[in-house]
Design a protein around this ligand. Structure first.
Ligand code: FAD
Length: 500
């Protein structure tokens, strides 16, 4: 049998996507299996935003075998237990989307069914009381889980905030240590093979040609290979998610590092606040069809914790994804593949899921079309499911104070989301479909947080008497308060373990 193994991999782009790809392939396949070359241009640079993550990132770090404390030190990171949403459901309203579960499922019935029963009777006003993450966040507490039997402290899913530029550098040194070769310079052309249209090489500004069996396009929004050479086409979701600009600025950090991302809704979008050890990252995501760049920048600057540390920078984007993320011998990762605004910090996870799904279907030089089709179908579903979750935040709102919110509140939404909302409105039920990223707790957090009101609670919650329901919920709440009390302040935890 002839050897059809991939012998050379060329990664185009050295942002988060490029270096995550390089590190993963070098770790899993090794550079003995195939040579790995990464090309990036310092002159073009990286997008440099993308600083909040979800707990799956810890799995990625473990897969690479990274030391988490070193990772935190080198990226000047902080820990994240969830997202606080301000002014989303209505002006002045605040809710929290925590990582991890609420309370405890009992007798095969989800916790939020019992909660809703009491909540609808006017008891149990605040779901946050049954989330360790939300309760700890109120006092800026953080610790990693410990072995504590059935205490809530045994299970504390958490994620990271980090400096995106430092993260790319960190992964670069890791990947280079495993034999990845970095080439500096601008790519000016992509050569396709005459006979089948596969990518043959990329041509650098100095005339060098870099050939490969497999190309990973991580070139950012421009999609140098996937779009410009292979004409993948783009599915545009602006009608569901009209924000198309972000203006970003770091500022001095003034508090004790909140262990959560804050998202504050404004009149034509929202503002992120991401605390790091050396600064706070801020950005205003908005629709330029509803607000000018100057106005959006002014709103951002008026809502900073401390002094800005740089000039505000505008990033333009269109929400959606390439019609095909893998074509012939090129697969697109990161912004080259698509973009959904960072409201739930999902872009880096999409790189992670792209890489792990790609590895389960890793090709040989025959590039079997069935594998490619399957990858494209699954990745498209990942994008669609995340899109629906993000659309929920905009659509399920009472806000009617601007043309932007009136549009979002009344727009047509994808049928899959409409069905989830109908199901929730009847008996407060939420489900995770298949392999979708967000689980029933997340759907409940946002539906309930956005003030959606079910007609009734789930009737199976009646399996437990009212008295027992009250007693058990009180007991769980107490365990959560005690656990949160036990936790140190995040600043102290970082000082002890991973101060930059
Ligand atoms: P880039 O960082 O743009 O990298 C592109 C690379 O390609 C660069 O190295 C560049 O030099 C190289 N390149 C391009 N053209 C050429 C050429 N011709 N020759 C040579 N090299 C070339 N994600 C999250 O998970 N959480 C967040 O909180 C979050 N916030 C975000 C906020 C905003 C406003 C935006 C726009 C994105 C955010 N993201 C977030 C997404 C995240 O930033 C990206 O997914 C991630 O940084 C990956 O970017 P990238 O590597 O695909 O692209």
């Amino acid at each position: 049998m002839t050897d059809r193994k991939i012998r050379s991999i060329v990664i185009v782009g050295g942002g988060t996507a490029g270096w995550m790809s390089a590190a993963t392939l070098a770790r899993i396949l090794s550079t003995q299996y195939a040579s790995i070359t990464l090309i990036e241009s310092d002159e073009i640079g990286i997008i440099g935003v993308g600083e909040a993550t979800i707990p799956q990132m810890a799995t990625f770090n473990r897969m690479l075998g990274l030391d988490e404390d070193q990772f935190m030190r080198e990226t000047k990171g902080s820990f994240k237990l969830g997202i606080q949403f301000v002014n989303w459901a209505r002006q002045g309203h605040v809710y929290y989307h925590p990582f991890g579960k609420y309370g405890l499922d009992m007798q095969g019935v989800s916790f939020h069914a019992y909660f809703l029963r009491l909540h609808q009777m006017g008891e149990a006003p605040n779901i946050d009381d049954w989330s360790l993450q939300a309760t700890a966040s109120r006092n800026n507490k953080f610790m990693r889980p410990i072995d504590a039997g059935n205490s809530p402290l045994s299970e504390i899913p958490y994620a990271f905030h980090f400096d995106a530029g430092l993260y790319a550098k960190f992964l670069r040194s890791y990947a280079e240590g495993l034999g990845v070769v970095r080439r500096e310079g601008k790519i000016v052309d992509v050569k396709l093979r005459g006979e089948d249209g596969f990518v043959q090489s990329v041509v650098m500004e100095n005339g060098d040609e870099v050939e490969g069996d497999l190309f990973i396009d991580c070139s950012g929004f421009r999609g140098l290979i996937i779009e410009q050479a292979l004409k993948a086409g783009f599915t545009d979701w602006s009608h569901y998610l009209p924000c198309n600009r972000a203006v970003a600025v770091p500022c001095e950090s003034v508090d004790e590092w909140t262990p959560y991302t804050r998202s504050t809704a404004h009149t034509a979008g929202w503002q992120w606040r991401i605390p790091l050890q050396h600064r706070t990252g801020n950005g205003h995501v908005f629709s330029v069809d509803h607000m000018s760049e100057d106005e959006a920048t002014q709103i951002l600057l008026n809502n900073l914790d401390g002094k800005p540390l740089a000039d505000p920078r505008v990033v333009r984007f269109t929400t959606g994804h390439r019609n095909k993320l893998w074509i012939k011998n090129c697969v697109a990762m990161g912004l080259a593949g698509g973009f959904i605004e960072p409201l739930e910090s999902t872009a880096i996870w999409l790189i992670q899921s792209g890489l792990s799904r790609f590895l389960t279907m890793f090709p040989d030089r025959d590039f079997n079309q069935a594998d490619i089709d399957r990858y494209n179908r699954i990745m498209t579903t990942d994008y669609e499911e995340i899109r629906d979750f993000i659309v929920l935040h905009y659509h399920a709102t009472e806000r009617d104070d601007s043309p932007f919110w009136n549009y979002c509140r009344t727009m047509d939404i994808p049928e899959r989301l409409a069905e989830k909302m109908r199901v929730f409105r009847s008996h407060g039920r939420c489900f995770r479909e298949n392999e979708e990223l967000f689980n029933d707790t997340s759907w409940f957090a946002v539906m309930h947080g956005q003030l959606m009101k079910p007609k009734s609670y789930d009737p199976v919650a009646d399996v437990m008497s009212l008295e027992e329901t009250r007693a058990r919920l009180a007991h769980i709440k107490e365990a959560i308060v005690n656990s949160a009390d036990y936790m140190p302040k995040q600043r102290d935890f970082i000082r002890e373990h991973c101060a930059a």
